[in-house]
Design a protein around this ligand. Structure first.
Ligand SMILES: Nc1ncnc2c1ncn2[C@@H]1O[C@H](COP(=O)(O)OP(=O)(O)OP(=O)(O)O)[C@@H](O)[C@H]1O
Length: 441
């Protein structure tokens, strides 16, 4: 009898570059219980090399969650799979609880992956979850699917890099929840139902009810492969047209700046701008439109969008952080912090204070020597981080390790955007992101 669930697990195993250890994120719901059991069965058929571990995050948000986590533990023990429960300790936020729980969940899963020495994490996201995600993103950004400019145009990716550290794989994205339930029922395996999945207070639960009623036929969206192709085109364009100096200024030839009719170029340019502005998302569609009109007009002038100045001169287009609302950050001895959303700074010993300001004339001169107009060099050096050490004998720069942050990709990088993310990383003087453990995008 054909078995789509087991086949998806087999396909995942055969997509690995080399066999390794998979940490399965098991909530105790049908999808992740099905994933665990299907992977266990598929591995049993294999010659060897793969192993499983499992982790359940107890969000401690409702009574009964600890008992459900224990039930998963018993199931894992029956299958001889090592299992850990990690609990979300401490205060919980009053609002945005679902988003906070999700962030915490990935953080704890990454901790478990490290403890089990796993090569990746697998989650039980299904085709139903995919429909909900597309519907949810579509409701927020009704037209972005047309050009693929927004993050949501392709829905969830089958692979995702978390925190530059560990890849999350979603082998069930093409499988309906009902199929997984049938698979489990036929084997006499039970699961728990999370009541918040049907609580209409949450947007995802409301959409879930709609998706259950529908046939999962959502509006047309990009496939992962289309999105990957767009990423590759955008990456090639920024590699060819954009030069970034000291992670502070982007320089673009005047002839390239005007080409805002090309959606791949728009997306590439906006991604570079998001890094310069210390933002984790692209500007809103209306802002991109205003900016495109300004750039197409081919006239010198300045426009600010997403905390970035687009400084258009005869010699070219220059992008840098606008000189407003620049924070002051204190970092304790040996500590680390994120300054202005743009730079991660780690102390090598002394306490540090980070603020904006001209870090001597040297930086400005380096930018001028690199060919930037004087005015641009001055403005860019004014928004550079100035690091002052609490120990007068050591200079701030010597006492710190500083790295540019790429908010768009550093926490969640969809697999289909990796080419683009690598191009941005290289422009900003960073290493490429780690490659996934599986073939395909
Ligand atoms: N408490 C949990 N412990 C371990 N894994 C979990 C937990 N909750 C969810 N997961 C994993 O995430 C998958 C998707 O779950 P769910 O749809 O509830 O999460 P989501 O919030 O919609 O997804 P995402 O985390 O990507 O936003 C599950 O199949 C499971 O693999």
């Amino acid at each position: 009898m054909p078995n789509a669930v087991l086949d998806a697990a087999r396909r995942l195993l055969s997509s690995f570059v080399k066999p390794g250890r998979i940490l399965v994120a098991v909530s105790g719901g049908s999808d992740s219980m099905g994933l665990l059991f299907a992977l266990h069965s598929a591995i049993a058929e294999e010659k060897g090399g793969f192993s499983l571990a499992a982790c359940t995050v107890d969000h401690a948000l409702r009574s009964g969650s600890a008992v459900e986590a224990e039930a998963v533990g018993r199931f894992c023990a029956e299958l001889d799979i090592p299992h850990r429960v990690l609990r979300w300790e401490g205060d919980k936020p009053q609002t945005g609880i679902q988003a906070a729980a999700r962030n915490k969940r990935y953080e704890l899963l990454a901790v478990a992956a490290n403890a089990f020495d796993a090569d990746c994490i697998a989650t039980g996201h299904t085709a139903d979850d995919q429909c909900e995600t597309i519907a949810m993103r579509g409701a927020r950004h009704p037209v972005e699917g047309e050009t693929g400019e927004g993050q949501g145009a392709a829905g969830m990716a089958a692979t995702m890099l978390y925190a530059r550290q560990i890849w999350v794989l979603r082998p069930f994205l093409g499988i309906r929840r009902a199929e997984i339930r049938t698979y489990l029922e036929r084997r006499g395996i039970g699961w728990s139902d999370d009541p918040s999945n049907v609580n209409p207070q949450f947007e995802r639960a409301r959409l879930r009810a709609d998706v259950d009623r529908s046939n999962c036929a959502s509006s047309p969206v990009w496939s992962g492969a289309q999105r990957a192709a767009s990423s590759a085109r955008a990456a090639a364009l920024i590699e060819e047209r954009v030069k970034v100096h000291e992670a502070l200024v982007a320089e673009i030839a005047a002839s390239s700046a005007v080409k805002m009719d090309n959606p791949d170029w728009r997306r590439g340019l906006m991604s570079v701008a998001a890094v310069l502005g210390g933002r984790g998302h692209l500007p809103a569609r209306a802002t991109i439109k205003r900016l495109s009109d300004f750039l197409r007009s081919d006239r010198p002038g300045r426009m600010t969008a997403g905390r970035v100045v687009f400084d258009r001169r005869r010699s070219g287009l220059y992008l840098y952080r606008e000189p407003r609302n620049l924070p002051v950050l204190g970092i304790g001895p040996g500590g680390r912090g994120l300054w202005d959303g743009r730079f991660s700074i780690a102390s090598l010993g002394p306490a540090l204070t980070v603020s904006a300001g001209v870090d001597g004339a040297a930086l400005q001169q380096r930018l001028i020597d690199a060919g930037l107009p004087k005015g641009v060099a001055r403005r860019a050096s004014e928004v550079a981080p100035r690091i002052v050490s609490a120990e007068p004998e050591s200079s701030g720069r010597e006492a710190a390790v500083i790295e540019c942050r790429i908010g768009l990709y550093d926490t969640f990088l969809p697999g289909f955007d990796r080419i683009m993310a690598d191009a941005v990383a290289v422009l900003f003087g960073r290493e490429r992101y780690p490659a996934p453990p599986v073939h395909d995008v």
